[in-house]
Ligand binder design. Structure first.
Ligand code: FAD
Length: 478
Protein backbone atom coordinates (compact mmCIF):
# COMPACT_ATOMS: atom_id res chain seq x y z
CA UNK A 1 0.00 0.00 0.00
CA UNK A 2 0.96 3.64 -0.47
CA UNK A 3 0.26 6.73 1.64
CA UNK A 4 0.51 9.91 -0.40
CA UNK A 5 1.68 13.34 0.67
CA UNK A 6 0.35 15.92 -1.79
CA UNK A 7 2.49 19.08 -1.72
CA UNK A 8 0.66 22.29 -2.63
CA UNK A 9 1.58 25.58 -0.95
CA UNK A 10 3.57 23.88 1.81
CA UNK A 11 6.93 23.17 0.19
CA UNK A 12 8.87 22.16 3.30
CA UNK A 13 9.73 19.15 5.44
CA UNK A 14 9.86 20.81 8.86
CA UNK A 15 6.64 21.66 10.67
CA UNK A 16 4.65 20.00 7.92
CA UNK A 17 1.75 18.33 9.70
CA UNK A 18 0.49 16.61 6.56
CA UNK A 19 3.90 15.07 5.85
CA UNK A 20 4.38 14.00 9.46
CA UNK A 21 0.91 12.43 9.56
CA UNK A 22 1.52 10.62 6.24
CA UNK A 23 4.79 9.15 7.56
CA UNK A 24 3.16 8.05 10.84
CA UNK A 25 0.26 6.47 8.99
CA UNK A 26 2.63 4.63 6.65
CA UNK A 27 4.71 3.32 9.54
CA UNK A 28 1.68 1.92 11.37
CA UNK A 29 0.44 -0.06 8.35
CA UNK A 30 3.84 -0.75 6.84
CA UNK A 31 3.07 1.21 3.68
CA UNK A 32 5.36 3.29 1.53
CA UNK A 33 5.16 7.10 1.41
CA UNK A 34 5.03 8.82 -1.92
CA UNK A 35 5.10 12.57 -2.54
CA UNK A 36 3.14 14.16 -5.39
CA UNK A 37 3.09 17.67 -6.86
CA UNK A 38 0.53 18.65 -9.49
CA UNK A 39 1.51 21.15 -12.17
CA UNK A 40 -1.72 22.92 -13.23
CA UNK A 41 -0.78 25.44 -15.97
CA UNK A 42 -4.26 26.35 -17.14
CA UNK A 43 -5.48 26.92 -13.58
CA UNK A 44 -2.42 29.00 -12.79
CA UNK A 45 -3.11 31.12 -15.85
CA UNK A 46 -6.69 31.68 -14.68
CA UNK A 47 -5.33 32.67 -11.27
CA UNK A 48 -2.77 35.05 -12.83
CA UNK A 49 0.15 33.26 -11.20
CA UNK A 50 3.18 35.05 -12.64
CA UNK A 51 6.23 33.50 -14.30
CA UNK A 52 8.44 34.70 -11.45
CA UNK A 53 6.44 32.89 -8.82
CA UNK A 54 6.41 29.76 -11.00
CA UNK A 55 10.18 29.96 -11.32
CA UNK A 56 10.47 30.30 -7.56
CA UNK A 57 8.23 27.21 -7.13
CA UNK A 58 10.41 25.34 -9.63
CA UNK A 59 13.54 26.11 -7.65
CA UNK A 60 11.94 25.13 -4.33
CA UNK A 61 10.80 21.84 -5.88
CA UNK A 62 14.42 20.98 -6.66
CA UNK A 63 15.31 21.54 -3.01
CA UNK A 64 12.30 19.53 -1.90
CA UNK A 65 13.22 16.66 -4.26
CA UNK A 66 16.70 16.48 -2.72
CA UNK A 67 15.34 16.54 0.84
CA UNK A 68 12.68 13.90 0.08
CA UNK A 69 15.30 11.65 -1.55
CA UNK A 70 17.26 11.71 1.73
CA UNK A 71 14.07 10.63 3.56
CA UNK A 72 13.62 7.75 1.13
CA UNK A 73 10.42 9.26 -0.32
CA UNK A 74 9.80 9.05 -4.07
CA UNK A 75 8.57 12.30 -5.59
CA UNK A 76 6.30 12.29 -8.61
CA UNK A 77 5.22 15.34 -10.62
CA UNK A 78 2.05 15.10 -12.67
CA UNK A 79 0.55 17.62 -15.05
CA UNK A 80 -3.16 18.31 -14.88
CA UNK A 81 -4.33 21.43 -16.70
CA UNK A 82 -7.28 22.44 -14.49
CA UNK A 83 -8.51 21.67 -10.98
CA UNK A 84 -11.61 20.01 -12.39
CA UNK A 85 -9.40 17.17 -13.69
CA UNK A 86 -7.70 16.59 -10.35
CA UNK A 87 -10.25 14.19 -8.83
CA UNK A 88 -10.04 11.69 -11.71
CA UNK A 89 -6.25 11.92 -11.73
CA UNK A 90 -6.16 11.01 -8.05
CA UNK A 91 -8.67 8.19 -8.51
CA UNK A 92 -6.37 6.66 -11.15
CA UNK A 93 -3.26 7.23 -9.06
CA UNK A 94 -4.81 5.59 -5.98
CA UNK A 95 -5.96 2.62 -8.01
CA UNK A 96 -2.65 2.05 -9.78
CA UNK A 97 -0.50 2.37 -6.67
CA UNK A 98 -2.75 0.84 -4.00
CA UNK A 99 -3.18 4.22 -2.35
CA UNK A 100 -4.86 4.18 1.04
CA UNK A 101 -4.74 7.88 1.98
CA UNK A 102 -3.67 11.29 0.72
CA UNK A 103 -2.47 13.92 3.18
CA UNK A 104 -2.35 17.61 2.29
CA UNK A 105 -2.48 21.05 3.89
CA UNK A 106 -5.83 22.84 3.62
CA UNK A 107 -5.87 26.03 1.49
CA UNK A 108 -8.10 29.09 2.02
CA UNK A 109 -8.97 30.06 -1.56
CA UNK A 110 -12.41 29.26 -3.01
CA UNK A 111 -11.27 27.23 -6.05
CA UNK A 112 -8.85 25.23 -3.93
CA UNK A 113 -11.59 24.48 -1.37
CA UNK A 114 -13.93 23.34 -4.20
CA UNK A 115 -11.18 21.17 -5.72
CA UNK A 116 -10.67 19.37 -2.40
CA UNK A 117 -14.39 19.02 -1.86
CA UNK A 118 -14.76 17.36 -5.28
CA UNK A 119 -12.22 14.75 -4.22
CA UNK A 120 -14.01 14.10 -0.95
CA UNK A 121 -17.36 13.90 -2.78
CA UNK A 122 -16.13 11.06 -4.99
CA UNK A 123 -14.75 9.20 -1.99
CA UNK A 124 -11.04 9.98 -2.36
CA UNK A 125 -9.46 9.45 1.10
CA UNK A 126 -8.10 13.00 1.38
CA UNK A 127 -7.03 14.04 4.89
CA UNK A 128 -6.51 17.75 5.32
CA UNK A 129 -4.38 19.42 7.96
CA UNK A 130 -4.59 23.08 9.04
CA UNK A 131 -1.24 24.73 8.68
CA UNK A 132 -1.50 27.83 6.54
CA UNK A 133 -2.57 29.81 9.61
CA UNK A 134 -1.61 29.44 13.23
CA UNK A 135 -5.27 29.58 14.27
CA UNK A 136 -7.50 27.97 11.61
CA UNK A 137 -10.06 30.08 9.72
CA UNK A 138 -13.51 30.18 11.34
CA UNK A 139 -11.95 29.57 14.77
CA UNK A 140 -11.56 33.25 15.74
CA UNK A 141 -15.11 34.57 15.97
CA UNK A 142 -16.97 37.41 17.66
CA UNK A 143 -19.58 36.95 20.40
CA UNK A 144 -22.30 36.28 17.84
CA UNK A 145 -20.22 33.48 16.36
CA UNK A 146 -19.37 35.42 13.19
CA UNK A 147 -16.09 36.32 11.55
CA UNK A 148 -14.86 39.80 12.49
CA UNK A 149 -15.10 42.47 9.80
CA UNK A 150 -12.55 44.78 11.38
CA UNK A 151 -8.93 43.98 12.19
CA UNK A 152 -8.38 45.41 15.69
CA UNK A 153 -10.99 43.32 17.57
CA UNK A 154 -9.97 40.29 15.50
CA UNK A 155 -6.33 40.70 16.54
CA UNK A 156 -7.29 41.12 20.21
CA UNK A 157 -9.33 37.91 20.13
CA UNK A 158 -6.62 36.17 18.10
CA UNK A 159 -4.02 36.95 20.76
CA UNK A 160 -6.30 35.74 23.57
CA UNK A 161 -6.79 32.44 21.78
CA UNK A 162 -3.16 32.05 20.76
CA UNK A 163 -2.14 32.25 24.44
CA UNK A 164 -3.92 28.91 25.01
CA UNK A 165 -1.75 27.07 22.46
CA UNK A 166 1.64 25.50 22.89
CA UNK A 167 3.36 26.81 19.76
CA UNK A 168 5.89 24.06 19.09
CA UNK A 169 6.83 23.45 15.43
CA UNK A 170 7.33 19.85 14.33
CA UNK A 171 10.77 18.61 13.29
CA UNK A 172 11.26 17.05 9.84
CA UNK A 173 10.24 13.38 9.84
CA UNK A 174 12.99 10.78 10.21
CA UNK A 175 13.81 8.72 7.06
CA UNK A 176 11.05 6.33 6.14
CA UNK A 177 13.21 4.15 3.86
CA UNK A 178 16.75 4.07 2.50
CA UNK A 179 17.75 7.21 0.64
CA UNK A 180 16.96 7.27 -3.07
CA UNK A 181 19.88 6.95 -5.45
CA UNK A 182 21.11 9.74 -7.72
CA UNK A 183 19.47 8.31 -10.81
CA UNK A 184 16.03 8.51 -9.20
CA UNK A 185 16.70 12.05 -8.03
CA UNK A 186 17.95 13.14 -11.44
CA UNK A 187 14.82 11.71 -13.06
CA UNK A 188 12.63 13.82 -10.76
CA UNK A 189 14.74 16.90 -11.41
CA UNK A 190 14.51 16.41 -15.16
CA UNK A 191 10.74 16.14 -14.82
CA UNK A 192 10.60 19.42 -12.85
CA UNK A 193 12.47 21.15 -15.66
CA UNK A 194 10.35 19.54 -18.37
CA UNK A 195 7.09 20.73 -16.78
CA UNK A 196 8.19 24.19 -15.64
CA UNK A 197 10.48 25.44 -18.41
CA UNK A 198 7.58 26.16 -20.82
CA UNK A 199 5.90 28.28 -18.12
CA UNK A 200 8.67 30.55 -16.93
CA UNK A 201 9.97 32.42 -19.99
CA UNK A 202 13.23 34.15 -19.24
CA UNK A 203 12.66 35.21 -15.66
CA UNK A 204 15.47 35.12 -13.16
CA UNK A 205 14.65 34.81 -9.46
CA UNK A 206 18.12 33.75 -8.38
CA UNK A 207 18.52 36.72 -6.03
CA UNK A 208 16.03 34.89 -3.77
CA UNK A 209 17.74 31.64 -2.72
CA UNK A 210 15.40 28.64 -2.69
CA UNK A 211 14.67 26.13 0.02
CA UNK A 212 13.55 25.97 3.61
CA UNK A 213 17.13 26.30 4.90
CA UNK A 214 17.24 29.81 3.42
CA UNK A 215 13.81 30.68 4.85
CA UNK A 216 14.93 29.55 8.31
CA UNK A 217 18.14 31.54 7.98
CA UNK A 218 16.21 34.70 7.08
CA UNK A 219 13.83 34.19 9.97
CA UNK A 220 16.64 33.70 12.48
CA UNK A 221 18.61 36.66 11.16
CA UNK A 222 15.55 38.88 11.38
CA UNK A 223 14.68 37.70 14.89
CA UNK A 224 18.30 38.19 16.06
CA UNK A 225 19.02 41.50 14.33
CA UNK A 226 15.93 43.12 12.82
CA UNK A 227 12.77 42.60 14.82
CA UNK A 228 13.60 45.04 17.64
CA UNK A 229 13.98 47.95 15.19
CA UNK A 230 11.07 46.86 13.00
CA UNK A 231 8.59 49.34 14.48
CA UNK A 232 10.92 52.31 13.84
CA UNK A 233 12.30 51.34 10.43
CA UNK A 234 9.71 49.23 8.67
CA UNK A 235 8.20 52.09 6.67
CA UNK A 236 11.34 53.22 4.89
CA UNK A 237 11.73 51.49 1.53
CA UNK A 238 15.44 52.29 1.20
CA UNK A 239 16.18 50.36 4.41
CA UNK A 240 16.06 46.54 4.52
CA UNK A 241 14.23 46.50 7.85
CA UNK A 242 11.51 43.92 7.24
CA UNK A 243 11.89 40.14 7.27
CA UNK A 244 11.53 39.59 3.47
CA UNK A 245 9.86 36.30 4.30
CA UNK A 246 6.64 36.79 2.32
CA UNK A 247 7.71 34.84 -0.80
CA UNK A 248 8.62 31.91 1.46
CA UNK A 249 5.46 32.16 3.59
CA UNK A 250 3.30 32.36 0.48
CA UNK A 251 4.63 29.06 -0.87
CA UNK A 252 4.77 27.45 2.56
CA UNK A 253 8.55 27.08 2.45
CA UNK A 254 8.32 28.24 6.06
CA UNK A 255 5.24 27.92 8.27
CA UNK A 256 3.53 30.70 10.22
CA UNK A 257 3.97 28.52 13.31
CA UNK A 258 7.75 28.57 12.83
CA UNK A 259 7.63 32.37 12.61
CA UNK A 260 5.50 32.71 15.76
CA UNK A 261 7.64 30.22 17.67
CA UNK A 262 10.84 32.12 16.81
CA UNK A 263 9.23 35.42 17.87
CA UNK A 264 7.99 33.93 21.14
CA UNK A 265 11.38 32.41 21.92
CA UNK A 266 12.93 35.88 21.65
CA UNK A 267 10.06 37.79 23.30
CA UNK A 268 8.08 35.39 25.54
CA UNK A 269 5.83 38.28 26.64
CA UNK A 270 4.81 39.28 23.11
CA UNK A 271 1.23 37.96 23.25
CA UNK A 272 0.48 39.71 26.55
CA UNK A 273 2.49 42.89 26.62
CA UNK A 274 1.60 45.78 24.29
CA UNK A 275 5.03 47.32 24.82
CA UNK A 276 7.01 44.23 23.80
CA UNK A 277 9.55 45.02 21.04
CA UNK A 278 8.16 42.05 19.08
CA UNK A 279 4.63 43.44 19.08
CA UNK A 280 4.67 45.21 15.69
CA UNK A 281 5.88 42.19 13.79
CA UNK A 282 3.34 40.00 15.59
CA UNK A 283 0.64 42.39 14.34
CA UNK A 284 1.77 41.89 10.72
CA UNK A 285 1.61 38.13 11.10
CA UNK A 286 -1.92 38.54 12.48
CA UNK A 287 -2.85 40.68 9.45
CA UNK A 288 -1.79 37.74 7.31
CA UNK A 289 -4.09 35.45 9.30
CA UNK A 290 -6.95 37.99 9.20
CA UNK A 291 -7.01 38.14 5.39
CA UNK A 292 -6.92 34.35 5.15
CA UNK A 293 -9.77 33.99 7.61
CA UNK A 294 -11.76 36.56 5.62
CA UNK A 295 -11.26 34.58 2.40
CA UNK A 296 -12.74 31.47 3.99
CA UNK A 297 -15.59 33.30 5.76
CA UNK A 298 -16.51 35.37 2.68
CA UNK A 299 -15.88 33.13 -0.37
CA UNK A 300 -17.10 35.82 -2.78
CA UNK A 301 -13.82 37.66 -2.09
CA UNK A 302 -12.01 34.95 -4.10
CA UNK A 303 -14.30 35.80 -7.03
CA UNK A 304 -13.40 39.48 -7.27
CA UNK A 305 -16.32 40.91 -5.28
CA UNK A 306 -16.05 44.18 -3.39
CA UNK A 307 -16.09 43.52 0.33
CA UNK A 308 -18.27 46.59 0.77
CA UNK A 309 -21.28 46.15 -1.56
CA UNK A 310 -21.66 49.97 -1.81
CA UNK A 311 -18.49 49.86 -3.92
CA UNK A 312 -20.49 48.17 -6.69
CA UNK A 313 -21.81 51.69 -7.39
CA UNK A 314 -18.40 53.25 -8.00
CA UNK A 315 -17.97 54.34 -11.61
CA UNK A 316 -14.29 53.71 -12.27
CA UNK A 317 -12.66 55.67 -15.08
CA UNK A 318 -10.49 52.72 -16.18
CA UNK A 319 -8.43 54.75 -18.63
CA UNK A 320 -6.25 52.18 -20.49
CA UNK A 321 -3.35 54.54 -21.20
CA UNK A 322 -3.21 55.78 -17.62
CA UNK A 323 -3.25 52.19 -16.39
CA UNK A 324 -0.42 51.36 -18.82
CA UNK A 325 1.58 54.36 -17.54
CA UNK A 326 1.08 53.20 -13.93
CA UNK A 327 2.20 49.65 -14.82
CA UNK A 328 5.29 50.95 -16.61
CA UNK A 329 6.29 53.38 -13.84
CA UNK A 330 5.67 56.45 -15.99
CA UNK A 331 3.09 58.48 -14.08
CA UNK A 332 5.42 61.43 -13.43
CA UNK A 333 5.13 60.89 -9.65
CA UNK A 334 8.66 59.73 -8.73
CA UNK A 335 7.78 57.62 -5.68
CA UNK A 336 5.03 55.79 -7.59
CA UNK A 337 7.26 55.22 -10.60
CA UNK A 338 10.27 54.08 -8.57
CA UNK A 339 8.05 51.57 -6.76
CA UNK A 340 6.58 50.20 -9.99
CA UNK A 341 10.04 49.87 -11.55
CA UNK A 342 11.15 47.94 -8.46
CA UNK A 343 8.16 45.62 -8.92
CA UNK A 344 8.70 45.16 -12.65
CA UNK A 345 12.35 44.37 -12.40
CA UNK A 346 12.49 42.38 -9.15
CA UNK A 347 9.00 40.99 -8.43
CA UNK A 348 9.10 42.67 -5.04
CA UNK A 349 7.73 45.86 -3.53
CA UNK A 350 8.00 47.29 -0.05
CA UNK A 351 4.72 47.39 1.91
CA UNK A 352 4.63 51.20 2.27
CA UNK A 353 5.02 51.49 -1.51
CA UNK A 354 2.34 48.89 -2.17
CA UNK A 355 -0.04 51.13 -0.23
CA UNK A 356 1.09 54.28 -2.09
CA UNK A 357 0.81 52.84 -5.61
CA UNK A 358 -2.47 51.06 -4.87
CA UNK A 359 -4.01 54.25 -3.54
CA UNK A 360 -2.68 56.20 -6.53
CA UNK A 361 -4.17 53.78 -9.05
CA UNK A 362 -7.55 53.37 -7.40
CA UNK A 363 -8.03 56.94 -6.14
CA UNK A 364 -5.91 59.36 -8.19
CA UNK A 365 -6.53 57.52 -11.47
CA UNK A 366 -9.85 55.91 -10.48
CA UNK A 367 -8.88 52.60 -12.04
CA UNK A 368 -10.79 49.60 -10.66
CA UNK A 369 -8.67 48.06 -7.87
CA UNK A 370 -9.12 44.63 -9.54
CA UNK A 371 -6.89 45.76 -12.42
CA UNK A 372 -4.12 46.58 -9.99
CA UNK A 373 -4.69 43.41 -7.99
CA UNK A 374 -4.32 41.35 -11.17
CA UNK A 375 -1.18 43.19 -12.26
CA UNK A 376 0.41 42.68 -8.83
CA UNK A 377 -0.50 38.99 -8.89
CA UNK A 378 1.21 38.58 -12.27
CA UNK A 379 4.40 40.32 -11.13
CA UNK A 380 4.87 39.49 -7.45
CA UNK A 381 7.08 36.73 -6.19
CA UNK A 382 4.92 36.64 -3.05
CA UNK A 383 1.61 36.96 -4.96
CA UNK A 384 -1.04 35.63 -2.61
CA UNK A 385 -4.77 35.98 -3.14
CA UNK A 386 -5.67 36.69 0.50
CA UNK A 387 -3.02 39.36 1.24
CA UNK A 388 -3.18 40.91 -2.21
CA UNK A 389 -6.96 41.17 -2.28
CA UNK A 390 -6.99 42.43 1.30
CA UNK A 391 -4.28 45.02 0.59
CA UNK A 392 -5.96 46.28 -2.58
CA UNK A 393 -9.43 46.57 -1.08
CA UNK A 394 -8.00 48.29 1.99
CA UNK A 395 -6.15 50.78 -0.24
CA UNK A 396 -9.12 51.41 -2.52
CA UNK A 397 -11.49 51.95 0.41
CA UNK A 398 -13.78 49.11 -0.75
CA UNK A 399 -12.54 46.66 1.89
CA UNK A 400 -13.36 45.52 5.35
CA UNK A 401 -11.23 47.72 7.47
CA UNK A 402 -11.02 51.20 8.83
CA UNK A 403 -9.14 52.82 5.91
CA UNK A 404 -11.96 55.13 4.82
CA UNK A 405 -12.67 55.98 1.21
CA UNK A 406 -12.05 59.68 1.84
CA UNK A 407 -8.49 59.21 3.13
CA UNK A 408 -6.36 59.64 0.04
CA UNK A 409 -2.62 59.07 0.29
CA UNK A 410 -0.71 62.13 -0.85
CA UNK A 411 2.13 60.70 -2.97
CA UNK A 412 4.23 63.84 -2.46
CA UNK A 413 4.14 63.96 1.34
CA UNK A 414 4.48 60.16 1.54
CA UNK A 415 7.59 60.45 -0.59
CA UNK A 416 9.04 63.30 1.51
CA UNK A 417 8.35 61.40 4.71
CA UNK A 418 9.43 57.88 3.81
CA UNK A 419 12.19 58.51 1.26
CA UNK A 420 13.39 61.82 2.69
CA UNK A 421 16.90 61.66 1.20
CA UNK A 422 15.59 60.34 -2.15
CA UNK A 423 17.82 57.27 -1.99
CA UNK A 424 15.10 54.87 -3.09
CA UNK A 425 13.84 57.08 -5.91
CA UNK A 426 17.31 57.72 -7.30
CA UNK A 427 18.13 54.03 -7.23
CA UNK A 428 15.12 53.05 -9.37
CA UNK A 429 14.86 56.18 -11.51
CA UNK A 430 18.41 56.82 -12.75
CA UNK A 431 17.04 59.54 -15.05
CA UNK A 432 16.45 61.63 -11.92
CA UNK A 433 19.91 61.10 -10.41
CA UNK A 434 20.89 64.72 -10.81
CA UNK A 435 17.50 66.21 -9.89
CA UNK A 436 17.95 68.32 -6.75
CA UNK A 437 16.40 66.81 -3.62
CA UNK A 438 13.95 69.71 -3.24
CA UNK A 439 12.38 68.74 -6.59
CA UNK A 440 12.78 65.00 -6.40
CA UNK A 441 9.56 64.20 -4.59
CA UNK A 442 7.32 66.43 -6.64
CA UNK A 443 5.82 65.85 -10.05
CA UNK A 444 6.96 68.59 -12.38
CA UNK A 445 4.57 69.69 -15.15
CA UNK A 446 7.48 71.32 -16.99
CA UNK A 447 9.68 68.28 -16.66
CA UNK A 448 9.43 66.93 -20.18
CA UNK A 449 10.59 70.31 -21.48
CA UNK A 450 14.06 69.87 -20.05
CA UNK A 451 14.21 66.16 -19.29
CA UNK A 452 12.65 64.08 -22.01
CA UNK A 453 13.51 60.86 -20.15
CA UNK A 454 11.01 61.40 -17.43
CA UNK A 455 7.32 62.25 -17.97
CA UNK A 456 5.23 65.15 -16.76
CA UNK A 457 2.60 64.14 -14.17
CA UNK A 458 -0.31 62.14 -15.52
CA UNK A 459 -2.73 63.96 -13.18
CA UNK A 460 -2.62 66.99 -10.94
CA UNK A 461 -2.68 65.81 -7.33
CA UNK A 462 -5.20 68.32 -6.03
CA UNK A 463 -7.60 67.94 -8.97
CA UNK A 464 -7.36 64.13 -8.82
CA UNK A 465 -8.04 64.18 -5.11
CA UNK A 466 -11.18 66.27 -5.53
CA UNK A 467 -12.39 64.07 -8.38
CA UNK A 468 -11.85 60.92 -6.28
CA UNK A 469 -13.75 62.38 -3.34
CA UNK A 470 -16.73 63.03 -5.62
CA UNK A 471 -16.70 59.62 -7.31
CA UNK A 472 -16.06 57.63 -4.15
CA UNK A 473 -18.75 59.44 -2.17
CA UNK A 474 -21.06 56.54 -3.10
CA UNK A 475 -19.15 54.60 -0.42
CA UNK A 476 -20.53 56.92 2.24
CA UNK A 477 -22.60 54.86 4.66
CA UNK A 478 -26.25 55.93 4.84
P1 FAD B 1 7.22 41.76 7.15
O1 FAD B 1 6.95 43.20 7.36
O2 FAD B 1 8.47 41.20 7.70
O3 FAD B 1 5.97 40.95 7.72
C1 FAD B 1 6.05 39.54 8.02
C2 FAD B 1 5.01 38.78 7.26
O4 FAD B 1 3.71 39.19 7.67
C3 FAD B 1 5.05 38.99 5.77
O5 FAD B 1 6.02 38.16 5.17
C4 FAD B 1 3.63 38.64 5.36
O6 FAD B 1 3.45 37.24 5.26
C5 FAD B 1 2.83 39.14 6.55
N1 FAD B 1 2.33 40.50 6.30
C6 FAD B 1 2.97 41.66 6.51
N2 FAD B 1 2.18 42.71 6.20
C7 FAD B 1 1.02 42.18 5.77
C8 FAD B 1 -0.21 42.74 5.30
N3 FAD B 1 -0.40 44.07 5.24
N4 FAD B 1 -1.18 41.91 4.91
C9 FAD B 1 -1.03 40.57 4.99
N5 FAD B 1 0.10 39.98 5.43
C10 FAD B 1 1.11 40.78 5.82
N6 FAD B 1 1.66 40.26 0.94
C11 FAD B 1 1.85 39.05 0.39
O7 FAD B 1 2.41 38.17 1.04
N7 FAD B 1 1.41 38.77 -0.87
C12 FAD B 1 0.76 39.70 -1.64
O8 FAD B 1 0.35 39.40 -2.76
C13 FAD B 1 0.57 40.99 -1.09
N8 FAD B 1 -0.03 41.97 -1.81
C14 FAD B 1 -0.23 43.21 -1.24
C15 FAD B 1 -0.88 44.20 -1.99
C16 FAD B 1 -1.11 45.46 -1.43
C17 FAD B 1 -1.83 46.52 -2.25
C18 FAD B 1 -0.67 45.74 -0.14
C19 FAD B 1 -0.90 47.10 0.48
C20 FAD B 1 -0.02 44.77 0.62
C21 FAD B 1 0.21 43.49 0.08
N9 FAD B 1 0.87 42.48 0.80
C22 FAD B 1 1.04 41.24 0.24
C23 FAD B 1 1.26 42.69 2.21
C24 FAD B 1 2.69 43.20 2.47
O9 FAD B 1 2.98 44.28 1.63
C25 FAD B 1 3.76 42.11 2.28
O10 FAD B 1 3.38 40.94 2.96
C26 FAD B 1 5.09 42.60 2.86
O11 FAD B 1 5.52 43.74 2.19
C27 FAD B 1 6.11 41.49 2.73
O12 FAD B 1 7.35 41.90 3.21
P2 FAD B 1 8.05 41.15 4.42
O13 FAD B 1 8.00 39.69 4.21
O14 FAD B 1 9.39 41.76 4.62
O15 FAD B 1 7.05 41.49 5.59
Amino acid sequence: PTVFIWFRNDLRLTDNQALTAACEHARTVNAKVKAVYLVTPEQWRLHDVGARQLDFIRRHLHELARALARLGVEFELRQCARYRDVASLWQQQLLQQHGIAIYAGREPEFNEICRDQQLLDVGVPLRLTDEHCLLPPLSVLNQSGDMYRVFTPFSRRWREQARCFAIVPLPAPTPIATALDNVQLETTQARIEQLFQPLINDVDTSSWPAGEGEAQRRLQQFIDNGVSDYQQLRDFPAVAATSSLSPYLTLGVISPRQCFAALLARFPEVLNDDTSPGRSWLTELIWREFYRHLLVAFPHLSKGANFNPLADNVIWRNHPQEFAAWCAGKTGYPIVDAAMRQLNSSGWMHNRLRMIVASFLSKHLLVDWRWGEQYFRQQLLDGDLAANNGGWQWSAGTGCDAQPWFRIFNPISQSEKFDADGRFIRHWLPELTSTPLAELHRPNPARNLFNSDYPAPIVDHQAARERALKVLAVLKKA
